[in-house]
Design a protein around this ligand. Structure first.
Ligand SMILES: Cc1cc2nc3c(=O)[nH]c(=O)nc-3n(C[C@H](O)[C@H](O)[C@H](O)COP(=O)(O)O)c2cc1C
Length: 148
């Protein structure tokens, strides 16, 4: 079995994102990710992106290195980059979640995560056990949603 690599980051949009701009990012993501076996989630809230990319390590690394150079966002902070036993979003080439549609517990998890990110040094975030627990809680709150 090929192992699954999961890469999660947050970033700041450089300018206001219109629904059309978000659609074009998503269309491109789906076009590229599907043939590469990459799945994931993109969330946009309050001018910040939160993205999960999962798939074969070489594909995830290649796609993330393109995303990192994209001028539509900045201040990219990697929260997790590790091999995992299974995908959290197996059915989404890139699922989009509007933050307004989050359930209260999902929103609470996201707010907690945002506070943690604000408190920790960016360099230590991806190795922080507290961040890892918080991310798992957040991803777990999508489980039945992502299986749909
Ligand atoms: C927040 C954000 C998320 C993105 N997510 C993806 C993605 O999951 N997959 C992808 O291929 N491109 C994604 N992109 C677009 C890439 O940065 C880049 O424009 C694109 O991969 C170029 O593809 P192309 O060479 O086929 O034109 C994203 C861009 C932004 C700003």
């Amino acid at each position: 079995m090929t192992s699954i690599h999961r890469h999660i980051y947050v970033s700041a949009a450089r300018e206001e994102m219109s629904p059309a701009q978000l659609d074009s990012i998503l269309a491109k993501a789906r076009e590229n990710n599907e043939p590469a076996g990459v799945t994931g989630l993109l969330l946009f809230h309050d001018s910040s992106f939160f993205q999960v990319l999962e798939g074969p390590k070489d594909a995830v690394t290649r796609i993330f290195s393109r995303i990192e150079r994209d001028h539509r966002h900045a201040r990219i902070i990697v929260l997790q980059a590790k091999d995992v036993a299974s995908r959290a979003f197996p059915n989404w080439s890139m699922g989009y979640v509007n933050a307004h549609a989050l359930r209260p517990e999902q929103k609470a998890n996201l707010v907690d995560l945002g506070q943690l990110i604000g408190r920790e040094e960016p360099a230590t975030l991806s190795s922080s056990p507290v961040v890892s627990v918080q991310i798992n809680a957040f991803l777990g709150s999508f489980r039945e949603f992502a299986a749909a």
